[in-house]
Design a protein around this ligand. Sequence first.
Ligand SMILES: [Zn+2]
Ligand SMILES: [Zn+2]
Length: 267
Amino acid sequence: MKYRFPRGMRISTISEREQFYRNEFDLEKVKSWLSWREIQKTVFAVIVGRKTNFYLKEFEDVKDKALIIDEHRGLEEVLEYILHYLPEGVYYDRNLYSDPRLCENCPKDCWKCRNFLGQELAFDLDPENVDCPYHGSLEEKAARKDTISFCMLEFKRVRRNTAKLYKELEKDYENLRIVFSGRGFHIHVLDERAMKLSKKEREEIAEAFEDFGIDEWVTSGEMRLIRLPFSLNALVSRICIPLSFEDLRTFDPRKLAKPSFLLSTSS
Ligand SMILES: [Zn+2]
Ligand SMILES: [Zn+2]
């Protein structure tokens, strides 16, 4: 399937991914963004080619899987994995573990595991979740089997929803971060109180905010992985970057967050 994106956004080639992760990916920025976590105890993951269908042939069998990186001594080693896989996306696990290696044999979720210390609360706002006069509702997009494409109208609706949700969340929480994900936005809640919420409370929060077009399974905690800030979203060739509330209001993905491989050409 050929995806349709706002002007200038497109899938990154394997060599562009390599160029980005060798020369541009800023580990210091990642470190400082993740500074409230212990990086050694943070689990990372890559997806090689699930949505782009562009991947190194040797990873054919695992191209759709989230490949978990739980044995590393820091971001430098995580980068070695990234350069090995040259994935379409890089993620981290929002769970906090006393020691992630103890969870190797845990069933899918660790909510009742002794090793589990909490989970960062997050909201994922994506363009497929909003209605578009041209491209239809989520159901219509799903029926066409294209929930990946999006237009600027959908993007602007997502941007507005993100701003509104941020203002709502500000009433309850103090430490909020906004991140451009490549297609939409994430809001991370870093308040200690939010880390300790139960699965049940998260489900209630997800339901309470469903009208903002969030992916509920991210907020409810079922999906623990979230895109790593400063990594490349190779589906659209944009860098996932943190934004202030002011930056969010006018953020234009056609012009901003471009990796240098797009700046040197007219694409
Ligand atoms: Zn566990
Ligand atoms: Zn549309």
